[in-house]
Every structure is written in C-alpha cells, then in structure tokens.
Design a protein. Structure first.
Length: 241
C-alpha cells in the first residue's frame, strides 16, 4: 500500500470521526432543547394551578351564564354546577325578597347565585383577605352593592352577631378538612334562621336527623354528588320533643 493511500484512508477515518462527534453534539442539543421546553411547560402549568384563576358560572337569574374569575386556594371548592342547580331547584328558583347569608363564601358562588335570583339582601362572609378582595371586585363588576355585602371575618361569628330569625337562607360550606367548624356553624345558623327558613349544608359526610336533632334541625332534602354531601335543613318545630 502506498503512502498516499494510507494518508487518504487516515484522513477519511478522521473526517468520519469528526462528523460523528458533530452528529452526537447536535443530537444532545436537540434532546436538551426538548427537555427545556417540557420543563417550561410543566412549570407554567404548575404556576397556573398554584396561583392562577378559575371561573364560576352563575346558573340562573339576571346574571345567568355570567362567568366570574375567582382566585384559587388550596382546599377551595366552588359548589359544583349540578349541586348548585339542584339547591336552587329545592329553594324554588325565585328568591325575591329573601335574606341570605353565605357564612364561608370562598368563591362566592352561592351568594352571587342568590343575588342573581332576586334576593333582597345577601351577605357573603370570608376570612381570607385575598378572597374577600376578589369578592368585592366581582360585586363591583356586577353592580350588586345595593343587594350584596362582602364582609371579611369569621362566618360563625357573623351568624352569632345576626339578629335571631333574621335570615331566610344560610349557606354553610366550611373547609372540609376542619371538621370542628360544622356543629358550631349549624348551631349558630339555627339561631339566626327564620322559623320557615332553610340552611344549606355542604359537607364531606352525610348528616342525618339523629345528628341534627340536638342542634334543633332536621333534614329536608339530601343529595350526594361525588365527594360532596348536600343537605337542605329546616328548624325543628318549637313543640318538637
């Protein structure tokens, strides 16, 4: 074999090795770019989930189909549309002249739904400052200040501060992971409720008459939807044993 042929073969092998290294580097860059895009997408989704905004849709009344942006918080659960629709079917759709208090407002879905359906007075109570501010913004957006009042504070305390028999409907939907809130809230709501009024209770477990009777209440309607147990409660008659 001549020296020229050896040199040519060596050069070819060297060029092949360089091409291979270039290809490997390009493949590595492509893989890194794909990984970066996936990471960015995952980070964006996580950011949106943790701190973004969701929507609540009003089902009936003057603001029917209006979508309201609401802040997201861990454990915050807007009452599902199906459950809300059932609740207001139970109440009779038209709430003209009614006085309603939402003791654990959260997204305000129940209170705004009541106001949309003609309630005379709606008070939504929320302890979280950010959520209370969001409720104020929605109230202004709807022009609802004549009917709806946002109160930052404790829902049970707001019920205790209410005049006996003042409210026609009280909505009780505490955080599901704070079991100790349910009985005090129901007891305070019973005192603030009109004799012919209703308490809506949303909870992670069913409440039967045996559990409700010591609080002066009875179960009027009940629905289970997924993890949600929805109850419509009434006062026991004054002469009940």
């Amino acid at each position: 074999m001549s020296r020229n042929r050896v040199r040519t073969l060596e050069e070819a092998l060297a060029m092949e090795a360089r091409l291979k290294r270039v290809q490997e580097r390009q493949l590595a860059e492509i893989a890194a770019a794909k990984a970066g895009r996936k990471g960015a997408a995952a980070g964006k989704a996580a950011s949106k989930s943790a701190g973004g905004a969701g929507e609540v849709r009003i089902i009936g009344g003057q603001w029917r189909r209006t979508k309201l942006s609401v802040a997201q918080r861990p454990g915050l659960r807007p009452t599902p549309d199906r459950v809300r629709e059932t609740l207001f079917n139970w109440l009779g759709q038209d709430l003209i002249g009614w006085r309603c208090l939402d003791a654990f407002a959260g997204t305000g879905a129940l209170g705004f739904e009541a106001a949309s359906r003609g309630a005379q007075q709606v008070r939504v109570v929320e302890l979280d400052a950010g959520l209370a501010l969001q409720l104020e913004r929605i109230c202004a957006q709807l022009g609802a200040h004549a009917t709806l009042q946002v109160q930052r504070g404790d829902g049970v305390a707001a019920l205790h501060a209410s005049a006996p028999g003042h409210w026609d409907v009280v909505f009780i939907d505490p955080p599901f992971d704070i079991d100790s809130l349910f009985a005090p809230a129901l007891q305070a709501a019973q005192q603030a409720l009109a004799d012919d009024g209703f308490i809506y209770l949303e909870s992670p477990k069913p409440w039967d008459d045996a559990m409700l009777a010591p609080l002066g209440l009875r179960r009027h309607r009940y629905l289970k939807a997924g993890a949600v147990h929805a109850h419509l409660l009434q006062k026991l008659p004054r002469n009940a044993p």
